[in-house]
Design a protein around this ligand. Structure first.
Ligand code: ATP
Ligand code: MG
Length: 509
């Protein structure tokens, strides 16, 4: 049941950072039980807006009314007290604590009489009941760093809603989720909350999601609210046009690249408990998609190949030479780079854009033992132009960039490293529809330089439109290989769910 009263109304919210007006006079409202999608290009001001509502940032001007009363949300405690919870674009769980401890961060479970002694059993039981309420199967005693990014994200959401929440703010909740996890979020979590009259503001770059889950959509552009529409009165094309202020081509047409010799070959790679006997190859100029469901082992395989997980057996060959990779450093030296699915693993937040980009390749900017700052900056500027990174300049710290722009810096960093083989794990996560095309063009540039790209992506349309060949993983093994016309959604899903056994007649060499 959708209530009729507004839970939140804001008028004339403003926020500036040095050099940028992140929000200009925003008016916005949301009713109880309403799911409201917030959409806009990278840097449009979406996260800033939610951070103001969650008490993380103070507006420079404007009024906020919550449940009919004018409020000042001075800090996160105040937001919490009002019943506003937020799940951030960057994961914020404590990696070395258990799922249960993370869910109840801040509330202690003490034994009745002995206040200093934790009642672990009660905490685990309650955490388990929170988790199962939403149809999830996660062991609450597991440490956060033993979970995949998608599961961590679901735990964050459960943590946010385990309190008495009236307004839930989700900043790109699905960017780290697999199809299966998105289904849990939509069918269980969001629908249960909607029935409880919780209002939800939901930032996403995946427009189709707005149409699946939202009642309304608001578009931000350059810090301004452009329009609010009922989902039933609009379509994707209209939203894209409002986002970018002009018509753009929504579809990427793959350009033909010349395909050369096999440059990367993986034979029977096994890492106990993670991946089994995986073999595949990639040629110069090729994009090889690696598809599969949550937990199928795509990230695990990539991390094993670059030495982040221990390889128990198997052989890796780069340009016909067998390489011995025990660490990411060995991988880079052998010509293989891995772009991690979690950007926090790849960036040093207090350093500048240009520092982050040049860091893995310092030798290029050192001459006679002296670091050439000018050269470093010039490289930063080149990538800012190439990838249209929205930053004040190359010296801005990456912590001040919007999420999508941080992701572009991660990409720039690996591209600059100039290796032969790129393992890109969710490279366009959090990148807006327009900027994705820039990233695809950049990938194409790499192919023309005789590189090979292994693309891991949860977005099937991305895998299908970009890949020359696709391998599908199932339960830690490679279950199928498809090329050309065979690369269809149906084939991929069939293999990803274990419904087709090996690839009829074709052997992977
Ligand atoms: N702490 C900060 N200091 C300086 N500038 C900031 C800070 N936080 C955000 N900005 C700037 O404000 C603008 C809006 O950023 P915001 O993070 O709200 O964008 P967004 O719409 O969430 O984008 P994305 O889709 O990439 O996450 C950007 O130009 C960003 O660089
Ligand atoms: Mg953001």
């Amino acid at each position: 049941m959708t209530g009729n009263s507004k839970i939140l109304e804001v008028k004339g919210i403003k926020k500036s950072f040095p050099g940028v007006d992140a929000l200009k006079d925003i008016d916005f409202s949301i009713k109880k039980g309403e799911v409201h999608a917030l959409i806009g290009e990278n840097g449009a001001g979406k996260s800033t807006f939610l951070k103001i509502l969650s008490g993380n940032l103070q507006p420079d001007g404007g009024e906020i009314y919550f449940d009919g009363t004018r409020v000042k949300i001075e800090n996160t405690q105040k937001a919490h007290h009002l019943g506003i919870a937020m799940v951030y674009q960057e994961l914020s769980l404590v990696p070395y604590l258990s799922v249960a401890e993370n869910i109840f961060q801040g509330h202690a479970f003490h034994k009745k009489k002995v206040l200093r002694v934790m009642n672990w059993k009660r905490m685990y039981d309650e955490a388990k009941s929170e988790i199962t309420k939403y149809g999830l199967k996660i062991n609450v005693k597991k440490k956060i760093n033993q979970l995949g990014v998608g599961q961590q994200q679901l735990v964050e959401i459960i943590r946010a809603v385990s309190t008495d929440v009236k307004l839930l703010l989700l900043d790109e909740p699905t960017s780290a989720l697999s199809e299966e996890e998105i289904r849990i979020l939509f069918d269980s979590i969001i629908n249960i909350l909607r029935k409880k009259d919780v209002a939800i503001i939901y930032i996403t770059h995946r427009l189709e999601e707005a149409f699946t889950i939202a009642d309304k959509v608001t578009v931000f552009r350059d810090g301004e609210k452009i329009q609010t529409l009922n989902i039933s009165d609009t379509d994707e094309n209209q939203i894209i046009q409002l986002m970018v202020g002009r018509r753009i081509k929504n579809r990427y047409i793959k350009k033909e690249a010349w395909i050369g010799d096999t440059i990367f070959k993986v034979d029977g790679v096994t890492a106990e408990g993670l991946v089994k006997n995986c073999s595949f190859y990639a040629k110069e100029g090729e994009i090889v998609g690696l598809s599969g469901l949550m937990g199928a082992g795509r990230t695990e395989l990539a991390k094993t190949l670059v030495g982040l997980y221990k390889k128990d057996s198997g052989k890796i060959t780069v340009k016909n030479v067998e390489v011995n990779i025990q660490s990411p450093r060995d991988a880079l030296e052998s010509g293989v780079a891995y772009l991690a699915e979690d950007r926090k693993e790849s960036l040093i937040f207090p350093l500048s854009v240009s520092c982050n980009i040049t860091l893995p390749n310092l030798s290029q900017i050192f001459e006679n033992g002296i670091l050439h700052k000018d050269k470093e900056k010039a490289i930063g500027r080149t990538f800012i132009d190439k990838l249209k990174i929205e930053a004040q300049n190359e010296s801005q710290k990456v912590m001040y960039l919007s999420g999508g722009n941080q992701q572009k810096v991660v990409l720039a960093k690996w591209i600059y490293r100039n290796v032969d083989v790129f393992l890109l794990d969710e490279p366009t996560r959090g990148i807006d529809v327009g900027a994705k095309i820039e990233v695809y063009n950049l990938m194409h540039d790499l192919l023309t330089q005789k590189k090979a790209i292994i693309l891991i992506s949860s977005e099937l349309p991305e895998i299908i439109s970009l890949s020359d060949r696709v391998y599908v993983m199932y339960q830690g093994s490679i279950a199928a290989e498809y090329k050309g016309e065979e690369i269809t959604q149906e084939n991929i899903i069939k293999s990803a769910t274990g419904r087709s056994v090996k690839n009829e007649g074709k052997r992977i060499h």
